[in-house]
Write a protein that binds this ligand. Structure first.
Ligand code: G6P
Length: 490
């Protein structure tokens, strides 16, 4: 299949996200290096694009390079033998500071994760957001052919459809929001909340992760417009906005609840690969008879890392019999390291790890094994398989694909998932995972204890059920559903 394929009944798929799956870096001797990007968005969409083909428009993670240079490097390093094409959007240092780190990650990200007190509502950030969204629209207008289906992802690019329309591009354009949508009470703190809502109305279809996100979005619409009528549709709701005396002519919108998933078969295959199984043998030797609790999180204050460490400390205090028997293996993947809250978060978690290890370490046993670097997939799969329990405890998360990947990697179905009720994944897995409120350190500690002593039969029953849910609704099913719901082939 040609890389320009990605056909939806003869039309190409044009994926758009801030970050491309591949980041570029200049080496000291002026050559180029590529790194795979981290995060749920890329890990879910990359396998889909590999299978379908098409074009992916986004930023390759580097500052102040000309678009032509980036295109040449991507053509040589990636496009030449990939199933789909990467099309670069070039960002300047100022764009990165004000659009990416600023408006996207110091305004929308904290606001949409219910942390509005840490938001920096800088007017310059908003200007940059509008400018860069216009730039993305401009690149899409050069890449997209008539009839192509434009699919925009995530909170960095809300204004893209509006800007496309302003450029006279009328391809179907849909949006998927990977992160949560907050309540109106929180959302309306944003000085530009009305502009964001109007921009969203320019999409033909919007997908969100959970029913709660959809309800919150609807709540925001009813705050802005006097007459909002809803009707149940096949994948969500159809919304009609009545006459509100505003100049916009857009009056209809469809919004669907479409929880994202993973490439289940690929994860299972990776877990069974020779590379991964060799590592399993090696890692098992390190842990002998210990119970291994695993955590894998991008560095982020939304992931509840300090709360997780506090809960683990509480478990060791309350249940002394767990000491020397249980180890928490926490892998943190570096992220957004120039944003001040992320720097603080890193300092806080490293201080806590040191404090807890200082309190409990005994000869031959360290309670928390902490790493701060990215990891290749085979190694990650090995860690998942060696672990007995996964501790996935974000304070707020759109979905959390680590929870799903951990389950897919449990080929013997023997593993326990402790999951935050505030992760989108809880809507699907909540009946079978051990659900916790991550702020409730005591009951999280009780769940850790419960997981350590759960009978094998119950562990397998719960894990089987979760694996089946994920297997029968994988990333490919998610894309098909989204395209159907969005009317991509109409
Ligand atoms: C989350 C977001 C993605 C983002 C990823 C990594 O998963 O939903 O849009 O790409 O985090 O964050 P970064 O800032 O490195 O792109």
């Amino acid at each position: 299949k040609s890389k320009e394929g990605g056909q939806v009944d003869g039309r190409r798929l044009v994926m758009v996200s801030n970050r491309l799956p591949m980041s570029l870096e200049r080496t000291e001797d002026n050559d180029w290096q590529t790194h795979p990007a981290a995060g749920g968005l890329v890990s879910a969409l990359d396998p889909v694009m590999r299978r379908r083909g098409g074009v992916w428009v986004g930023w390759p993670g580097i500052a102040d390079e000309a678009t032509d240079t980036l295109r040449d490097v991507l053509d040589a390093r990636y496009n030449a033998d990939s199933a789909y094409r990467l099309e670069p959007v070039a960002l300047t240092r100022d764009d990165i500071a004000d659009f990416y780190e600023g408006f996207s990650n110091e305004v929308i990200w904290p606001l949409f994760h219910n942390r509005f007190t840490v938001c920096r509502f800088e007017p310059d950030y908003w200007q940059a957001y509008q400018r860069v969204n216009r730039e993305f629209a401009h690149r899409i207008s050069e890449v997209a052919r008539a009839g192509d289906f434009v699919w925009v992802h995530d909170y960095h690019l809300v204004n893209v459809a509006d800007e496309l329309r302003a450029l006279g591009v009328h391809n179907r354009a849909s949006f998927f929001q990977h992160i949560p949508f907050p309540t109106a009470d929180i959302f309306c703190n944003l000085p530009w909340w009305r502009e964001i809502v109007y921009a969203l109305l320019s999409y033909d279809f919007i997908g969100v992760q959970t029913v709660t996100d959809r309800i919150n979005f609807l709540d925001v619409l009813t705050t802005l417009f006097d007459h909002v009528e809803t009707q149940a549709g096949e994948y969500g709701i159809d919304i009609n906005i009545g006459d509100d005396g505003l100049t916009r002519d857009k009056q209809q919108l469809r919004i669907g609840t479409l929880p994202i998933s993973i490439d289940y078969d690929h994860i299972e295959r990776m877990a069974a690969s020779e590379d991964s199984l060799t590592k399993v043998q090696r890692f098992r030797g390190n842990w002998r008879d210990r119970t291994v609790v695993i955590g894998v999180d991008r560095l982020d204050y939304t992931k509840g890392l300090p709360e997780k460490f506090e809960a683990f400390r509480e478990a060791l205090r309350r249940y002394p019999e767990l000491r020397t028997r249980v180890t928490l293996q926490q892998h943190v993947v570096p992220s957004r390291q120039r944003v001040p809250q992320y720097v603080e978060q890193k300092e806080e978690i490293e201080r806590l790890v040191g404090e807890i290890n200082g309190e409990f370490t005994e000869p031959g046993w360290v309670p928390i094994h902490y790493s701060f670097h990215s990891m290749d997939q085979a190694e990650l799969m090995a860690h998942y398989q060696v672990a007995d329990i996964a501790l996935v405890t974000p304070l707020k998360d759109g979905m959390n694909l680590v929870a799903k990947e951990f389950c897919a990697a449990q080929r013997d179905s023997d593993g326990v998932l402790i999951l935050s009720e505030f992760a989108g994944a809880a809507a699907e897995l909540g009946d079978h995972a051990l659900l916790v409120n991550p702020h409730d350190v005591v009951s999280t500690a009780e769940r850790i204890h419960e997981a350590c002593y759960m009978a094998r039969e119950e562990r397998c029953r719960r894990m089987d059920a979760m694996r089946e849910i994920i297997r029968s609704h994988n990333a490919f099913d998610w894309v098909e559903e989204f395209l159907r719901a969005a009317g991509a082939n109409q």
